[in-house]
Ligand binder design. Sequence first.
Ligand code: 5AD
Ligand code: SF4
Length: 439
Amino acid sequence: MSEPKKLFIKTYGCQMNVYDSERMAEALGGQGYVETQSPDDADMILLNTCHIREKAAEKVYSELGRFKGLKADKPDLKIGVAGCVAQAEGEEIMRRQPLVDLVVGPQSYHRLPEMEAKTRAGEKALDTDFPEEDKFEKLKSRPKATRGPTAFLTVQEGCDKFCAFCVVPYTRGAEVSRPADRILTEARDLVERGVREITLLGQNVNAYHGAGPNGDTSLAGLIWELNKIDGLERIRFTTSHPNDMTDDLIEAHGTCDKLMPYLHLPVQAGSDKILKRMNRSHTADSYLRLVERIRAARPDILMSGDFIVGFPEETEEDFQATLDLVEEVRYGYAYSFKYSTRPGTPAAERPQVPEDKATDRLHRLQALITRHQREVQDDMVGREVRVLFEKAGRLEGQMVGKSEYLHAVHVGGANVTSGDLRRVRITASGANSLAGELV
Ligand code: 5AD
Ligand code: SF4
């Protein structure tokens, strides 16, 4: 038998890319590839790229440049670029970096096996189409190997919202939902293989409207179906848009026992003038009222968010409104970014905020967010949570898992294994995680 070929995938960006990389590895598994952790012994290197903020393309080119030596030593080595930079740059990648053999956009991964074969025949392979067929259905099904207790499952892709700063509608295309039965089949398969927590993924996951047995299914409808799967213990979803937070989804947070009390609901800014210019189609006040309703349904829910500072024409007063909103919500987690110009998006042409001002605002916002994050975490001390254990900790005999609220929890000297779901009393709060003991 010949040695299996080795595949090295490097993943950048969001969780959807993590999921896509897994599926691409499975698809290439059918071509005789096994994954390797190092580019040095690989027969194929695949960079799964992200284009959400600036310099992404430049980073990809410099990373590619580093493979020159490897390719010189091993002319059979194939190098591919996938993900959103592949979608945005297309053929340009091969022009600028001739060592690239393959460029594949996020909607064409099911064509990867044919594309790989083409590169083996000495040709270049490029596909950045938005084909009609369901790429996930065409991708080889997941092999039946056992796996860890948590998994991502993409249910929806693309976005029709066109926020003025964002490239996603251009790189991932229009909003598409996968049919509910396919998602349920995939979820059952994951559970059979040891998965106990599934995070449903979509750029606009709560806009999900996949075909179901009785017409379109909402995200809440899908969650209720997943809730029936024996052996599945936890359901999460990300990322949501405030305007798609429907009543049934809010209600599910109060009534669906497997749906975890954690919600990532980006608002981006706190000034109505800026929100309008961002084309967000909600106001700070409508967002705050929405958070109130969600908290009424599930009082202990941990809120998480995304923020952009230094969006074109943001004044100090606008920025202050963002700080006010953060004060009011008290996020358990929040991610904040300096606005980054994306060519081709509407905001790219507008007057920019000077770099030093944006940096200063980012630091101030992050200080506030970190303070809240820490307070929310410290409030957990003395409380009882349920921890889904995932892996061994750094210390001897220690295991780490996640609470309902997605806090990492370390437990020492306990007789638990990966996949166990146990009650834990929180005893201490550290810089980025909690410690506790089994109840
Ligand atoms: N500049 C900075 N941050 C951005 N995001 C999206 N586009 C940009 C941009 N051009 C942020 C948003 C989004 C998160 C995934 O990335 O906050 O919610
Ligand atoms: Fe981008 Fe806005 Fe769509 Fe989110 S909702 S993917 S920020 S355009």
